[in-house]
Each structure stands twice: as structure tokens, then as C-alpha cells.
Design a binder for this molecule. Structure first.
Ligand code: ATP
Length: 296
């Protein structure tokens, strides 16, 4: 048993995102390639004598009650294992919020991982993933991390060969795009076949370890909704490609855009260009997180 634990919750990008259909229950069936990146939130879990869960965060607009996924994760394990101690969760957000980077799910996954460690609960990663899906479709993937194919509503996961080494530039424009709005305005059935990304072709590029081929095949069907509405997304993509990105894409339901670069200095130049053109203030240089190298 440990009194305190520090964790990193890593963000994800989607190298590919296709929506296959809308289910009767309103959920969408997806086919996505998920990639963990080194951009992360920081969490500290601390055991306290007073019972209950307290959440503290550096972003005053975030919920600190059961609407925060860190709260949900802690409550789920506390209830199941009858943990009576209190828990203080200090969350330092760095991952852009509501941006298509699964920041909340990553935080929830990190808390599942952390509470399991703190209290020696002995749950396997698969058992944590089973619990995670109860409060978020992306949580199981955030427990698993790395490069993966996600199907179903995002919870059916299959590990893929690691993404080749590269630099990834992430830019979050100062607009807010609701995930719900994007899915509700996606008319998947009316899309032409070429508007759907070829996720299998991306998997083949990963199997070959070919970064350029992968970048050229990336695609996100949700851009059909967001790009016409928010031209800043296209402007960032264009800027990244002009500055040498092998490919550039919106992540998740946006509005975050990322670009894949072979050279870190080209990515740095693109970052400066995006800032000076006023396209985005939140800009980050990161790398793919490879599960086989080490757990953060
Ligand atoms: P996804 O990529 O899964 O669509 P996202 O990046 O769009 O996720 P999040 O940053 O995870 O979205 O959060 C979306 C909303 O969830 C926020 O507006 C916030 O109110 C709520 N939320 C709950 N817990 C958290 C958390 N720990 N961090 C950020 N947002 C949280």
C-alpha cells in the first residue's frame, strides 16, 4: 500500500478515423487508428484520513465532482473494493480540453492504474480496461496505450506495429467544437466512398514501417463536417504541409490538428509559422509514445 503516487496521463491522436454506421442506440460504430503521444497531464493521488474523493485542478472551469472522469475512475474502484480511505486527486492539465485528444479519458485511465497500484488490488490491464469502458469508450485504449486499431464504439482494441519514429506537431486552434455536434452532423451514409479513409491501407503502411506511406494515407471522415465550418483547420493543415509535414490531419472530432515530420527543426519552423500567423496559440512538439520502449 502506498500513500501517494504520481502519474502521467498521455494524450492520443487519430492517425485514421472512419465512421461505419450509426447504431440504434445512437452510438457510432468506428474504425480508428489510435496513437499515444508524449503530451501529458500530471496527476498526483494522495491517501487521506477524511473519507471521500476530492479533485483539485489548475483549470477552474473543469468539473471537480463526479462529472470529472478522474472522480468516476476513483469512485468505481473505491466502491468495488470497499476502500474507506479518502483520496485527493491533484490534476494538472496540459492536454487541450475538448479537443479530440482524449484528455479526460487518459486522466480516468491513469487514475484506474494508480488506484490499482496504490492499494495493491492486483487487477490486470485487461481488468482495468473492462472497468474503464463503463465510463468512457476511449478509456480502455488509454489504459492500453501505443498504436492500436479501435473498433466497435472504440473499445474493441487490437495492438498494431508501433508508429515509426518521427516528430509530431500538435496545434489546437482557439475554437470549440462539440463532439456531439460533429457526430450528429456527419451523414456517413451519404458520403462518397473516397471520402472514407482507407484504414486497412494505413495498417499496411504501419506493418511496412513506412512513415511516408502512412502519412500519405491518413484520413479522418469527421473533417467532412468540421473543415467547411472552421477554415482555420484547413489553414493549419496547409501551413504544416508547406513547412514540410509528410501529412497533416485533424484528430478525433477536432479541432486539434497534427502534422507528421521527419525533422524536428522543420516541425519547429512550422510551429513558429502557425503561432505568428495567429492560427493557434496552443502548439506542442511531441513524439509517438511506443509501448515497447517503456511505460511513462
Ligand atoms: P475525445 O478525444 O475523447 O473526444 P476530448 O479531447 O474531446 O475527448 P476531453 O478533454 O476529454 O475531450 O473532455 C471533454 C469534456 O469532458 C470537457 O469539456 C470537460 O467538461 C469534461 N471532463 C471530465 N473530466 C475531464 C478531465 N479529467 N479533463 C478534461 N475534461 C474533462
Amino acid at each position: 500500500m502506498r500513500d501517494k503516487i504520481q502519474l502521467r496521463a498521455l494524450a492520443k491522436i487519430n492517425l485514421g478515423l472512419d465512421v461505419l454506421r450509426r447504431r440504434e442506440d445512437g452510438y457510432h460504430e468506428v474504425k480508428m487508428i489510435m496513437q499515444t503521444v508524449t503530451l501529458h497531464d500530471e496527476l498526483e493521488l494522495k491517501r487521506t484520513k477524511e473519507p471521500g474523493i476530492r479533485v483539485e485542478t489548475n483549470l477552474p472551469y473543469l468539473p471537480t465532482n463526479e462529472n470529472n472522469l478522474v472522480y468516476k475512475a476513483a469512485k468505481l474502484l473505491k466502491d468495488e473494493f470497499d476502500i474507506r480511505d479518502g483520496l485527493t486527486i491533484r490534476l494538472t492539465k496540459r492536454i487541450p480540453v475538448a479537443a479530440g485528444m482524449a484528455g479526460g479519458s487518459a486522466d480516468g485511465a491513469a487514475v484506474l492504474w494508480g488506484v490499482n497500484q496504490m492499494y495493491d488490488l492486483g487487477l490486470t490491464p485487461e481488468e482495468l480496461m473492462e472497468r474503464g469502458v463503463r465510463f468512457g469508450a476511449d478509456v480502455p485504449y488509454c489504459v492500453m496505450r501505443g498504436t492500436a486499431l479501435a473498433e466497435g464504439i472504440g473499445e474493441k482494441l487490437k495492438p498494431l506495429p508501433s508508429m515509426p519514429r518521427c516528430t509530431i506537431l500538435i496545434a489546437k486552434p482557439g475554437i470549440n467544437v462539440s463532439t456531439r455536434f460533429v457526430y450528429e452532423n456527419l451523414h456517413a451514409n451519404e458520403l462518397r466512398p473516397e471520402q472514407h479513409p482507407d484504414v486497412d491501407a494505413m495498417i499496411e503502411a504501419l506493418e511496412r514501417g513506412d512513415l511516408q506511406l502512412l502519412a500519405s494515407r491518413m484520413g479522418n471522415v469527421l473533417e467532412t463536417v468540421t473543415e467547411p465550418l472552421y477554415p482555420v483547420i484547413s489553414s493549419i493543415k496547409q501551413c504544416m504541409v508547406e513547412k514540410g509535414a509528410l501529412g497533416s490531419l485533424m484528430s478525433g472530432s477536432g479541432p486539434t490538428v497534427f502534422g507528421i515530420f521527419r525533422s524536428r527543426s522543420a516541425a519547429r519552423d512550422a510551429s513558429a509559422a502557425i503561432r505568428s500567423a495567429g492560427l493557434a496559440k496552443q502548439v506542442y512538439l511531441v513524439t509517438p509514445y511506443n509501448i515497447n520502449r517503456q511505460r511513462a
